[in-house]
Design a protein around this ligand. Structure first.
Ligand SMILES: [Zn+2]
Length: 63
């Protein structure tokens, strides 16, 4: 099943809203996406469950 969703997130570095595309055919995923505005790496934790997308974004340089 191919289910792509457009999700708007706030960059944890520069605060700009950036839109990312999430593949909801994968239930749980975590990957790094560079901010389109400031180009710094955001760590995205995404859980897709029954049509609901739970997305958490955090800085890659945080402990
Ligand atoms: Zn940014």
């Amino acid at each position: 099943m191919n289910e792509l969703r457009e999700i708007l997130i706030g960059c944890p570095y520069c605060g700009e809203n950036v839109e990312i595309t999430v593949d909801c055919s994968v239930e749980r995923q975590e990957y790094i996406e560079d901010c389109f505005v400031c180009c710094r790496p955001m760590t995205l934790s995404i859980i897709c469950d029954a049509g609901e997308v739970d997305l958490q974004v955090r800085r890659d340089d945080e402990c």
